[in-house]
Design a protein around this ligand. Structure first.
Ligand SMILES: Cc1ncc(COP(=O)(O)O)c(C=O)c1O
Length: 491
């Protein structure tokens, strides 16, 4: 029997608060439970698994001994470690109540598609995801115009119509589609018809729909490197072959993309404010990208996630504004301007794709919640939305300046942060050779979120660093966070 991987265990996450051995234990256990590792399967040796996963020998040995102790694995003298022939009792109780009365035979494993989804690099519940300085992408919740929101909510709930209470359209609530189309035309240079706007459950759903509707398993898809991990997850969850393409000062390096996979079916980009490096894609590069898409019949997914927040410099309209022939799927979200649990975002798609996207959306959750959409439509058309954005721009510019000032004063030589003209986070650069994952964990130990830059890369990062959000934290919180970071970086 060869010692190759029996199931794709994915990459263990060093930044997680969960120890590596525990992660491995959980993945093996889940694979046994899901039937990917049927009873009697021989496992690779600890040495082979150690090399495969790039972890220490103890990590594998500890995971194995836990699984042995719980009865998931058994050893046979001289021939190695096997999945136990009988599953332990607690499994029976775990499956218990909901499965009582079902056939006693072993469950079928997940579908191929299910397995691809599970294996996609997820957005794990890392320690630094908690809301505390400097977890990125967090709006200033305390400054939301909650009274206005409540008043608009009450307006729709006072005597809710059948339209608010009944089933809605998969593409979204008509007045909201109009409000979004008007807003995008006025503010982002995206002149679109409301009929092209699809209201989605945040941009994550837009990325998932785009990947599922436009890609076949095995299709190559360019992804910025570094990139938003949720985009990687959506594309690989759809079975795409990810082609990481480097970012330079002008944005995604189209020439490199063409060298690596000119026949890719899709490119994921964040041209207004590259996530996470913050570069703005130059006009020349935008045109080059559009030319490539046109020449190869490829789609461009434009993630315009935080374009509302530009503090200095010229505002470039969205790439979609240059798209004369309908290659660009434009994606935006209300998570950053308002709040993420609202779960409302939008996509603008070419006319002839609207029905396909509507069908895919309807399959999973029919349509977005109507009352929230109605409130948001009023919030935009009554002018509260633009007013809130204008107000937040001033607050966020100030918060960025405060972060830079405190880092400059306290962390000289340890961390370098450059001002950014836009967005909700800055990059903190660590000295060459520093281990940003270990330092991120040290920050987490001091109560500070400092996601390691290397986590956003598929390839080798140019420099170690942190992605530091500042928008959700006031001056005392920033001051405290920087002090704690100082203790973590120079203990
Ligand atoms: C670049 C980028 N795109 C998309 C999203 C997804 O946001 P949501 O699904 O909440 O709209 C995020 C959230 O962090 C992001 O940073």
């Amino acid at each position: 029997m060869d010692e190759g991987p029996l199931v794709d265990l994915g990459r263990l996450t060093r930044t997680s608060a969960t120890p590596l051995y525990r992660q491995l234990y959980e993945r093996l256990r889940a694979s046994i439970l899901a039937g990917h590792l049927p009873p009697g399967t021989r496992l690779p040796s600890t040495r082979a698994l150690q090399a495969e996963l790039g972890v220490g020998r103890n990590t594998v040995a500890d995971a194995f001994s836990q699984l042995l102790a719980e009865g998931y694995l058994e050893t046979r003298k001289g021939s190695g470690t096997y999945v136990a022939r009988t599953i332990p009792d607690d499994l029976v109780t775990l499956r218990g109540a909901s499965e009582r009365g079902r056939s006693p035979h072993r469950r079928r494993p997940l579908s191929e598609r299910g397995r691809v989804i599970v294996a996609a690099p997820s957005m794990p519940d890392l320690e630094w995801r908690k809301r505390r300085p400097f977890y990125p992408g967090v709006p200033a919740y305390e400054l939301l115009p909650i009274d206005t929101w409540r008043r608009l909510m009450a307006r729709h709930w006072r005597r809710p119509s059948a339209g608010v209470l009944g089933y809605g359209a998969p593409v979204g609530y008509e007045p909201l589609r109009h409000a979004i189309a008007q807003h995008l035309t006025a503010v982002r240079g995206v002149s679109c018809d409301p009929g092209q706007v699809i209201v989605v459950a945040g941009s994550q759903q837009a990325l998932d729909l785009a990947a599922r509707v436009l890609l076949d398993a095995g299709d190559a898809a360019w992804i910025e490197d570094p990139a938003f991990p949720g985009a990687r997850a959506a594309l690989s969850g759809a079975g795409a072959r990810l082609v990481p393409v480097r970012i330079d000062d002008d944005g995604i390096d189209v020439a490199e993309g063409e060298r690596l996979a000119s026949d890719a079916r899709l490119a994921y980009v964040s041209p207004s404010h590259q996530y996470p490096l913050g570069k703005t894609m130059s006009v020349a590069r935008r045109l080059e990208l559009l030319r490539w898409a046109e020449a190869h019949g490829a789609w461009i997914v434009e993630d315009d996630y935080d374009s509302e927040f530009r503090y200095r410099g010229r505002v470039l309209p969205a790439l979609k504004g240059l798209d004369e022939h309908g290659w660009v799927i434009y994606v935006g979200t209300f998570s950053k301007v308002l709040f993420p649990s609202l779960r409302l975002g939008y996509m603008v798609v070419p006319d002839d794709l609207v029905d396909a996207f509507a069908a895919a959306r309807a399959l999973s959750d029919r349509h977005p919640p109507t009352a929230e959409q109605a409130v948001l439509a009023d919030f935009i058309t009554d002018g509260h939305f633009l007013r809130h954005i204008r107000r937040m721009r001033l607050v966020y510019a100030e918060r960025q300046a405060v972060l830079l000032e405190h880092v400059g004063k306290r962390l000289g030589g340890l961390l370098e942060v450059e001002a950014d003209e836009a967005g909700m986070h800055v990059i903190g650069r660590l000295p060459q050779g520093a281990d940003d994952v270990a330092l991120s964990l040290a920050c987490a130990g001091r109560g500070v979120s400092a996601p390691p830059l290397s986590h956003y890369y598929m390839g080798e990062p140019a420099q170690p660093g942190f992605v530091l959000g500042y928008t959700g934290y006031d001056e005392p919180a920033i001051n405290w966070g920087v002090r704690m970071m100082g203790h973590a970086l120079a203990p």
